[in-house]
Design a binder for this molecule. Structure first.
Ligand code: ADP
Ligand code: 5GP
Length: 204
């Protein structure tokens, strides 16, 4: 019944569990699509080009920047990341909601540009747990882990700018809360006003 697609933005420090939660939630809702970002970083083990990210070289990324193809883009931990405007438009035009896993700089740009969307900040229960998760993921060395934790400190200061905060302690609980946010947002009167009118018309 819903007509206008919604944009859900998930941000938070590296290791908080954003990709884990994003994957679970797009698998759960048939009408929610993941926005596949462009990045200049290398794929991690198990990551698939065109599924997790579109992996591109620096030259291709810069061409896209110059052509104004990104609705937002940023440099995160020394690599470039961006969201193609065309991808988002396509998903929304197909009547789907879209979920973006992007950093705080990208979320700020998006909020400024489109002025709508549901902004969700995911936090680890502690920085020690965040460190453990990054170690467990095993894709970066100890020096990079410490760098990400220092960046995390700055990122977490932005949490209050978001609409919702999820502390990802227990994964199942965090997933339930993310689902609850999406369901509640889809039930906002602004999303359903056309249905109210349709029901009224049907009573005539
Ligand atoms: P992010 O995308 O925020 O960088 P990931 O989703 O890659 O984080 O999660 C980092 C690591 O922590 C992964 O190995 C993931 O399996 C694990 N993880 C995610 N959520 C939890 C949780 N609630 N409890 C324990 N481990 C978790
Ligand atoms: P990772 O390399 O661990 O997958 O992601 C690193 C950071 O880049 C995360 O904070 C993630 O949210 C962010 N990120 C992923 N895609 C995009 C994007 O398209 N734009 C922006 N601004 N950040 C992104």
């Amino acid at each position: 019944m819903r007509r206008s697609g919604k944009l859900f933005v998930v941000s938070g420090p590296s290791g908080a569990g954003k990709s884990t939660l994003s994957k679970k939630v797009v698998d759960f809702f048939d009408d929610l699509r993941f926005s596949i970002s462009y990045t200049t970083r290398r794929p991690r083990q198990g990551e698939v080009d065109g599924v997790d990210y579109r992996f591109v070289d620096d030259e291709r990324f810069e061409e896209m920047v110059e052509r104004g193809e990104f609705i937002e883009h940023a440099c995160v931990h020394g690599k470039k990341y961006g969201t193609a405007e065309k991808d988002i438009k396509e998903i929304l035009a197909n009547g789907m909601d879209v979920l973006l896993d992007i950093d705080v700089q990208g979320a700020e740009q998006l909020a400024e540009k489109i002025g709508s969307g549901v902004y969700i900040f995911v936090l680890p229960p502690s920085m020690e747990e965040c460190r453990k998760r990054l170690m467990k993921r095993g894709d970066i060395g100890p020096e990079d882990i410490e760098k990400r934790l220092r960046t995390a400190f700055e990122e977490i200061k932005k949490a209050a700018d978001y609409d919702y905060i999820i502390i990802n302690d227990d994964l199942d609980g965090a997933f339930e809360r993310l689902k609850a946010i999406i369901i509640a947002e889809r039930s906002r009167k602004e999303s359903l006003i056309e249905d109210v009118e349709r029901i009224l018309r049907s009573a005539k």
